[in-house]
Design a protein around this ligand. Structure first.
Ligand SMILES: Cc1cc2nc3c(=O)[nH]c(=O)nc-3n(C[C@H](O)[C@H](O)[C@H](O)COP(=O)(O)OP(=O)(O)OC[C@H]3O[C@@H](n4cnc5c(N)ncnc54)[C@H](O)[C@@H]3O)c2cc1C
Length: 316
């Protein structure tokens, strides 16, 4: 499912469950401070410049990789750390299914150019091309990551000249994109704590990670689940916020560090090392038992193994 459609579905559901006024748009958080047993939060409407202040029991900063809440908690942290990889991303409308419409094509070399392509809905293909452009030890991102930054097809296509498959015209799919975005692949170092008094972090604000393995949003969902369980056990209290931090921070830190080691895209790395010039059948390069073992390990690291998840207490 396209994430935009999923977000609209969640929006409708939340408005239905907790009321029309539960979500307020165009409210940019700019500051907060603890005031006795509350936290006072300042917002600005970016279009009108109108300002307002709200009082809350707790504040959960789920404001993404460029989080303002995190910046206020950790003012000296600086910009996200760049991996040396540039991400190109696009969506292409199509009337033809790519393979069976449910498969993901993952190809290339994680140390050079890597392509991931698959359907997000019947008529839409989502593709991501990761291009290593600089010394991976470089620490400073060329720009703060902005998912809406535009890229140009004429800059990307030459980098992908070796990317060919005999059953799909990759270049045609890329060239037919409705829009192309380009941004640096970044993450941040893990934090010693997320919860400070009545304020905590969640999702990319807490643990931005490389998209290898596609874990960022899943970890944010596990955070939300952990927060609900902690509040249920301890109430919406300082203790509840601390229990959430103790539960989720160590688990997501492991995924941040594993993503740096490509461990979630281990299959691509192994296949490229064994068959740098390509192959006819994947089974000639890697056995299904090896594939299963790698997949199982990456699910375990991310806490997404079906058996692990089924052992968790239900939310509702
Ligand atoms: C190329 C790429 C591919 C990915 N693929 C996958 C995948 O396959 N699977 C997966 O699980 N994850 C994937 N991810 C990661 C995923 O997109 C993120 O981890 C996820 O969106 C994080 O959710 P979030 O709610 O924490 O932050 P975001 O989705 O970034 O949302 C933050 C929100 O906060 C708002 N905001 C920001 N500042 C303020 C402020 N001051 N005041 C008020 N609001 C503010 C923003 O407008 C935004 O709406 C991918 C990421 C990238 C870059």
């Amino acid at each position: 499912m396209h994430r935009g459609n999923f977000q609209q579905l969640l929006l409708r559901h939340i408005r239905h469950e907790i009321g029309e006024t539960s979500i307020r748009l165009s409210q940019k958080l700019v500051a907060f401070r603890s005031v006795s047993d509350h936290v006072e939060v300042d917002f600005v409407n970016p279009s009108t410049g109108d300002q307002n202040t709200e009082l809350a029991k707790v504040l959960v900063g789920a404001d993404g990789i460029n989080s303002t809440v995190r910046k206020i908690l950790y003012p000296d942290e600086g910009r996200p750390l760049w991996s040396g990889v540039t991400i190109w991303r696009g969506v292409t409308q199509t009337d033809k299914l790519l393979l069976d419409g449910r498969s993901l094509i993952v190809m290339g070399d994680p140390n050079d150019v890597q392509l991931v392509m698959g359907h997000v809905s019947k008529n839409v293909i989502n593709w991501t091309c990761l291009v290593r452009v600089e010394d991976p030890n470089m620490q400073i991102s060329p720009a703060a990551p902005d998912w809406n930054n535009l890229g140009h097809i004429e800059d990307l296509l030459p980098l992908m000249s070796n990317m060919k498959l005999n059953f799909v015209d990759i270049h045609h799919i890329i060239q037919s994109s409705m829009i192309i975005n380009k941004f640096p692949m970044t993450d941040r170092n893990t934090l010693p704590r997320w919860t400070h008094d009545r304020v905590t972090l969640l999702g990319d604000a807490a643990h931005p990670m490389y998209p290898y393995g596609g874990n960022g949003a899943s970890q944010a969902i596990l955070d939300a689940r952990g927060l609900i369980l902690s509040f249920r056990q301890h109430g919406v209290t300082l203790q509840g916020l601390q229990a959430y931090d103790d539960l989720r921070r160590p688990a997501s830190n492991i995924v941040v560090l594993a993503s740096r080691q490509y461990s979630c895209d281990e299959i691509l790395k192994v296949v490229h090392e064994r068959a740098p010039d390509g192959f006819e059948h994947l089974s000639d390069v890697i056995s299904s038992a090896e594939l299963e073992a790698i997949m199982s390990n990456s699910k375990r690291v991310a806490g997404l193994h079906a058996e692990q998840l089924n052992q968790e207490p239900p939310l509702f």
